[in-house]
Ligand binder design. Sequence first.
Ligand SMILES: Nc1ncnc2c1ncn2[C@@H]1O[C@H](COP(=O)(O)OP(=O)(O)OP(=O)(O)O)[C@@H](O)[C@H]1O
Ligand SMILES: [Mg+2]
Length: 339
Amino acid sequence: MKGRDLAIDLGTSNTLVYAHGHGIVYDEPTVVALGSPKGDVLAVGRAAWELAGKTPADVVAARPLQRGVITDFDLTHQMVRLILRSIGAAGRWNKPRILVCVPSFLTPVERRAVQEAVTVAGGRSVALVDEPLAAAIGAGLPIQEPIGNMVVDVGGGTTEIAMVAMGGVVVTKAIKVGGFDMDDAIQEHLRGRHGIAIGDRAAERIKLHLGSAYPAADARALEVTGRELSSGMPKPVTVSPEEIREVLSEPIRIIVETTRDCLAESPPELSHDVLDTGLFLTGGGAMLRGLDMRMAQECEVPVHLTEQPLSTVVVGAGRLLDYLPDYGQAQVLSHRRLP
Ligand SMILES: Nc1ncnc2c1ncn2[C@@H]1O[C@H](COP(=O)(O)OP(=O)(O)OP(=O)(O)O)[C@@H](O)[C@H]1O
Ligand SMILES: [Mg+2]
């Protein structure tokens, strides 16, 4: 696969790589395993989780991005280097051109850091595309036309909401609320209400099994075992879907209200289009049970879940590889506004 153009969605939670002509060639958590005492990077992605889980004393798992922003430059470029190597795209003489998806709220300095990290990792020329634009393309929306297309991307660390029309982002809202905040709320609730401590991944499991944003008929109560805070001993407790819905209500309220604000602040003719065509929910958090119904009810527009919410952004960026060989244009495109 040497020399092929790549699109990368470097998410807080998951990293995906799309190779031109191949499709998605990498899809793993954005995690690195660090060995002590020097903090060498031992593995990335799923292998990093496994390694850190097996030998907890001397290997720790770290996330190089927080809330969509690179917080550890060295770890990021080492991680991307290993990813490129793992997919056979790290040729010394034949480096790939890379289009990286970034949150629209990144500052110029943060954008520069992404470009540099990916260049140091082995990219030949590195361009950026705003995630809402890539999401709209990945959702198959007619973004070049003078009609309003709305996308809501609920990720792990961020939620980005954008109105896209005529090839550009017209109104965008980003909040630092996503799936991780739902997991945190669950952890806090189990501490406060049931007196037990659970880990991040256990909290995510509870969210996937029981979480909802709208009363759902099918969810059943779940028995969860955590460490009792008072005794330090394992203790099972039963958690109900209604209870978890209540716990998730605050992050969900913020996501839904910000979506309403974005609709309200968009030019009326574009929000009117959304009344007909509906808004498109994407990102892993979009799969929370009932979020689509809740959005539809509160925003009073039809809501569609994209086909593969976890890969919509990278697929959209992958399509840009087809149509925009001149990467300079991708950047101009992402910032263009309606007159
Ligand atoms: N079925 C599901 N129900 C609810 N949440 C889910 C589901 N599947 C995945 N998620 C959540 O989606 C989040 C990851 O989504 P995604 O991969 O889109 O984020 P990301 O792109 O890495 O993050 P960001 O865009 O914030 O940088 C995680 O918080 C995960 O728990
Ligand atoms: Mg994302």
